[in-house]
Write a protein that binds this ligand. Sequence first.
Ligand code: PAF
Length: 280
Amino acid sequence: MQLINRLDDLRMAVSNMKGRGKLALVPTMGALHAGHLKLVEEARARVDHVAVSIFVNPKQFGEGEDLDAYPRTLEADRAKLEAAGADLLWVPTVDEIYADGFATTVSVAGPSEGLCGAARPGHFDGVALVVAKLFNQVQPDIALFGQKDYQQLAVIRRMVRDLDFPVEIVGVPTVRDADGLALSSRNAYLSVEARAAAVALPDALKSAAEAIRDGEDPGHALDAARRRMLDAGFVSIDYLEMRDGDNLQPLKSFKSGARLFVAARIENTRLIDNHPVDGK
Ligand code: PAF
């Protein structure tokens, strides 16, 4: 696996690989876990070459968020990617991505609104901007993103359609621990007690989805899920909503393709998850 830090080296390596088959990109912020490695595995099953980027993108962190504390584990990440069979690791510096005088913004209105977009103003603009740059730099044929960040996936799909990026976006199902908690780099912040209590989040989401599918009023089902999480030790719930899984429009009543979305805080850590209501 080649480790590359400079854009001109990247361009050379990419043109070499693209001359010999199709290229996938797995964009990440590092602190890699089995969820990221699943994206690499899916990429390998689909195309000839797999590039992974690691860049902790300052523009997607708000005031008071965990930019400085965000785990940076390059050596361990590199070993995991090597073992997973990635071909290229792109690790740009902040200057390489945001050169002096950088002035461009990318904003994807519809799917960025509400949910995490409400609690984290500017977050999806930062994501869209860096992903647009990574697409232009790496020029992948396909790019893979986890469904755990479902709203992010919807924002990127919309941007790719709107701006005609010649890349196929692949959403990969969430990888979970044995008890059902979605893997996340932020799980590392949890104390042993909070980690044990956190399972209430996927449990509550799953039960609410089942209840709604069985005909219960969505408002009641979501209230019950909220209470279950708070009783388990979550300190607050940023949102718990049912939305259309395609366009992310809020839904008051159940329809096929509906999906539940949650963000909740336990100790100082904000966890997110989502679940299809009817298995779609
Ligand atoms: O999901 C992430 O890790 C990040 O939001 C991404 C897509 C790599 C953009 O920085």
